[in-house]
Design a binder for this molecule. Structure first.
Ligand code: GTP
Ligand code: MN
Ligand code: MN
Length: 334
């Protein structure tokens, strides 16, 4: 017999940027199921559906206990009909048919393999699949011309699909640090992305570079890049987007690295914007726009009502401008 106390529903604020979500939480099985459907939607170039599943997963990650019955979910935000069906399936049967059949599907497997090539996105993968290309062997046999990024991605496929460990991230950090201070003494390197949130592995390593004197960071990126090239650390570089498929810390491995240079006046915005998670960032911008009439980017915060930019020297100040409680990086794992 169920008494009232046992069906008291959980309560969670609407925006993921209002919640503290640590790496470890109480609903891994449910969140993983929804995350897989999110990933499948993103790989299928259906970003709207992807975000819906990500939001649902982020609600479950924020709950103080494991979900055991649908009644506990009453009144929670971001749980649409589709997500609720998946959750019910897992609670009733231990697994979701939709998730399991997605994992097994040829299309999902092919999308994973092909987008695993650096420089190949959902659209390109879908085009190739429609031509019957499902594997790397079939791609190579097809005679398609690959661009430079994709060629490098194919060449280092295994390395680049191997998760980067924290130890590797630290080793690469030392190289980046050396490069940066060699070309601009006094410049500072900060680890961002998943590793700053406490993750022990990632798909790349993200660094933010600045100098305490405004303006000194100008022209820094090309200098850092040529230092790394000269030392033989760069395998491939993409200058348009701060993004470098990258470096070998020993001759056996290739790792993706994102390098971002920011003037110190924008540093807090860049730090907040590059620390993630992606959903946390998306929710911050949504909160800023809808709740505060502000526009947040990784460069600045603009207040539409006051018609001016709001300065900030720290992440704490940005949260304060946004009227949000400060959430430390380790709890931004939405
Ligand atoms: P893993 O790398 O898989 O461990 O996860 P991660 O959280 O580090 O993800 P990723 O490296 O893809 O992104 C880190 C942060 O950088 C996220 O908050 C992204 O939103 C942000 N980011 C990624 N690409 C861009 C970009 O082109 N512009 C900006 N402004 N931010 C980006
Ligand atoms: Mn990353
Ligand atoms: Mn990155």
């Amino acid at each position: 017999q169920i008494n009232e106390a046992e069906v008291v529903a959980f309560s969670v604020p609407s925006y993921a940027c209002q919640r503290r979500i640590a790496l470890d939480h109480h609903n891994t099985v449910l969140a993983d199921a929804l995350s897989l459907l999110a990933e499948n939607a993103e790989l299928s170039d259906e970003d709207g559906r992807g975000v819906a599943f990500r939001r649902a997963a982020a609600v479950l990650k924020a709950l103080p206990r494991q979900v055991t019955s649908m009644a506990q979910l009453k009144g929670l935000p971001c749980l649409g009909g589709h997500s609720l069906r998946v959750i019910k399936d897992v609670l009733d049967n231990g697994a979701s048919d939709e998730v399991e059949s997605t994992k097994r599907s040829e299309r999902y497997k092919a999308l994973k393999v092909l987008t695993g090539i650096f420089g190949v996105g959902a659209k390109t993968a879908a085009r190739w699949i429609s031509e019957g290309i499902h594997t790397l062997q079939q791609l190579q046999a097809s005679g398609h011309t690959l661009n430079r990024a994709q060629q490098a991605g194919l060449e280092h496929y295994d390395d680049l699909n191997q998760p980067v460990t924290k130890a590797e991230a630290d080793a690469i950090g030392e190289i980046v640090e050396k490069a940066v201070v060699s070309v601009l003494p006094g410049a500072q390197v900060t680890l961002t992305g998943g590793f700053r949130r406490g993750k022990l592995a990632g798909h790349d390593v993200d660094f933010l570079i600045t100098h305490p004197e405004e303006g000194r960071e100008e022209g820094l990126m090309p200098k850092v890049v040529s230092w790394l090239v000269k030392q033989g650390f760069l395998l491939y570089q993409k200058t348009t987007r701060n993004s470098y498929l990258e470096s070998k810390d020993d001759p056996q491995s290739a790792v993706r690295v994102d390098l971002v240079v920011s003037p110190v006046s924008q540093f807090a915005f860049a730090l907040l914007g590059w620390t993630g998670s992606k959903l946390f960032e998306r929710e911050l911008r949504r909160w800023a726009g809808y709740e505060k009439a502000m526009s947040l980017s990784s460069h600045a915060l603009y207040d539409n009502n006051q018609g001016r930019y709001l300065r900030a020297a720290s992440e704490e100040e940005i949260f304060a401008h946004l009227g949000l409680e400060y959430i430390p990086p380790s709890e931004r794992n939405a």
